[in-house]
Design a protein around this ligand. Structure first.
Ligand code: SAM
Ligand code: SF4
Length: 335
């Protein structure tokens, strides 16, 4: 499946809920987001049907996200159904890690390949403040358990926000000196709670990278020279990877604002209320829920998926001065 700009679309991110057990300050207000009613949320059967059709069109990689995906009941049932789809080569999940220790073994048994864990501070008090009440111990135990259970390499995603956690960039980078994790720094984007976002809180990649380089030199990971498994993990996303000499882990930089990677974007998003979204930053959506619930044949769902690919924009025009004017907050899209 190629879009009009020649990009091969083979990655589907599926949000399975807009509910969450945390209230991160950069993602939502203290009251959270008003959740979709249960009947507005796609059932697992509906999600699996879309995934099957998308896979028949060339999707190879599926990521489950939310809201907090581990907070939705019977998640392992969904994972095993997605794993059973022929053509799904890579099945992963993005989580805040709070419930990961409890679920890691079951997730592996169900067929999950890997997890991304969002962790924005290593200091218990700051973590609690950023997440509005989260206990970092749960996340750290979850990461260890995920690694031991085989959901590896574990990716740790840190959204860097000036004045909140930028003084911890070095501590996060040093994790890779001891552990085989992928620590990825993500630029803060103009989503989320209005009182938190502001251009002055945004830190561009170059600044993050130069802080890391003060610890020791880093060199780019040569994707071409990796084995097929690692090549698939490191080579198919927006992150650019580096490594300290001899370190077991790698450091990734994801910079949607300062260095657009739209020309390499290979993804579509399915929201938990059944909208197909060709671009994170564009409000254009195609409704799949209504046809899914109206006994619509697969051929029509397939046509709508193709349409989403045809209308995928060439790029976004978000800059750090952009105003927050999105209709959907991040948990309602699926980050
Ligand atoms: N609850 C899960 C989690 O936190 O990993 C999955 C959903 S969360 C919306 C997905 C990702 O979006 C997280 O890594 C989070 O840090 C990121 N995110 C949310 N708001 C963001 C923002 N304003 N800028 C950058 N990343 C953001
Ligand atoms: Fe929940 Fe993830 Fe948003 Fe934090 S970033 S509030 S964990 S959805």
């Amino acid at each position: 499946m190629k879009d009009p700009f020649g990009r091969r679309i083979d990655y589907l991110r599926i949000s399975i809920t807009d509910r969450c057990n945390l209230r991160c300050i950069y993602c939502m207000t203290p009251r959270g987001v008003k959740p979709f009613k249960h009947k507005e949320t796609l059932s697992y059967e509906e999600i699996v049907r879309v995934a099957k059709i998308a896979t028949s069109l060339g999707v190879k990689k599926i990521r489950i996200t939310g809201g907090e995906p581990l907070a939705r009941k019977n998640i392992t049932h969904l994972i095993s159904s997605l794993r059973a789809i022929e053509g799904v080569e890579n099945l992963s999940l993005t989580t805040n890690g709070i419930l990961l220790e409890r679920f890691a073994d079951e997730l592996v048994k169900a067929g999950l390949d890997r997890v991304n864990v969002s962790l924005d501070s290593l200091r218990p008090d700051i973590y609690k403040e950023i997440t509005r009440g989260g206990n970092i111990k749960n996340v750290l135990c979850g990461i260890e358990k995920a690694d031991k259970a085989g959901l590896s390499p574990v990716k740790i995603n840190m959204v860097v926000i000036r004045g909140f956690n930028d003084d911890e960039i070095g501590d996060f980078a040093r994790i890779t000196l001891k552990k085989p994790y992928q620590v990825r720094f993500i630029e803060f984007m103009p989503f989320g709670a209005r009182e938190i976002w502001g251009p002055e809180k945004y830190i561009p990649l170059n600044e993050i990278k130069s802080i890391v380089e003060k610890i020791a030199p880093i060199t780019p990971v040569k994707i071409r020279k990796l084995g097929p498994a690692l090549k698939q993990i490191l080579g198919s996303g927006p992150a650019r990877y580096f490594r300290f000499d001899g370190a077991p882990g790698v450091i990734g930089f994801i910079n949607p604002i300062s260095h657009q990677f739209c020309n390499e974007c290979n993804r579509l998003r399915l929201t938990s209320d059944g909208k197909l979204r060709p671009c994170l930053f564009s409000e254009t959506e195609i409704d799949l829920k209504t046809p899914l619930r109206n006994e619509t044949p697969d051929a029509e769902i397939e046509r709508l998926i193709r349409l989403a690919i045809e209308i995928k924009p060439a790029g976004h025009n978000i800059v750090c001065e952009s105003k927050l004017n999105y209709l959907r907050p991040m948990p309602k899209i699926g980050g």
